[in-house]
Design a protein around this ligand. Structure first.
Ligand SMILES: [Zn+2]
Length: 214
């Protein structure tokens, strides 16, 4: 929140992240800028008002409804082959299916947090808080402690902004070339076995040297 206020008055430098492709699809850049300048309460009121207006128009206006459906279809048609879209949904599917993907893989600067309910966080990439929150957010520098809470003590990215980093940066160390869940599982097993062998070998050598010195 602080970064948005500072950015709005020109104190902090602009985010290194531009509004994502997905966000640009739904909002003009001017609207994004206006939205980012609002404080939390005004932003929520604005979204709720717009959401309610759109919902009632969808129910009452068949032409508008058809245009919105067509817009959604066009969006999926255009984006389904884009790398950031494929990456984003691959990560989402894997994390939803396997909880260890969040907690046991060597993620780089951000780690996924998958909640059992939607949680609102400000995305520092697009300066946007998704209305009603997200199940999956990416928290910066939370390390391997997995001691997550729902407070705003971390910096977060939404899935759209995180996937803009590309496969090499977004995937855990040692998993950059993985594109399928079955290969992810296989790679984890290989890496776990290698680590286990190294630890066993080191323990054996330590025991051996202790025995030799007696
Ligand atoms: Zn974002």
């Amino acid at each position: 929140m602080l970064s948005i206020i500072l950015r709005a008055i020109g104190v902090s430098k602009a985010s290194a992240w531009t509004p994502s492709y997905f966000r640009r699809f739904t909002l003009s850049s001017q609207l994004c800028l206006n939205y980012a300048k609002l404080d939390d309460e005004k932003r929520r009121a604005y979204l709720e008002k717009n959401g309610a207006r759109k919902k009632s128009r969808l129910l009452a206006d068949p032409d508008f409804r058809e245009k919105e459906y067509q817009r959604t279809r066009d969006f999926h048609k255009i984006s389904k082959h884009k790398e950031e879209f494929v990456l984003r949904y691959a990560l989402y599917r894997w994390i939803r299916r396997c909880s260890w993907v969040c907690t046991e893989l060597p993620w780089k600067s951000y780690r996924p947090i998958y909640y059992n309910h939607r949680v609102e966080h400000l995305c520092t990439g697009c300066a946007w808080t998704r209305r009603n929150g997200l199940r999956l957010s990416w928290a910066r520098d939370v390390g391997a402690s997995n001691s997550y809470d729902e407070s705003d003590s971390h910096e977060y990215l939404c899935g759209a902004c995180y996937s803009q980093r590309g496969w090499n940066e977004a995937m855990p160390a040692g998993y950059e070339d993985i594109r399928l869940l079955k290969d992810l599982v296989k790679r984890k097993k290989q890496l776990d076995d290698t680590t286990f062998k190294k630890v066993s070998c080191a323990r054996h050598q330590k025991t051996q040297s202790t025995c030799d010195s007696i």
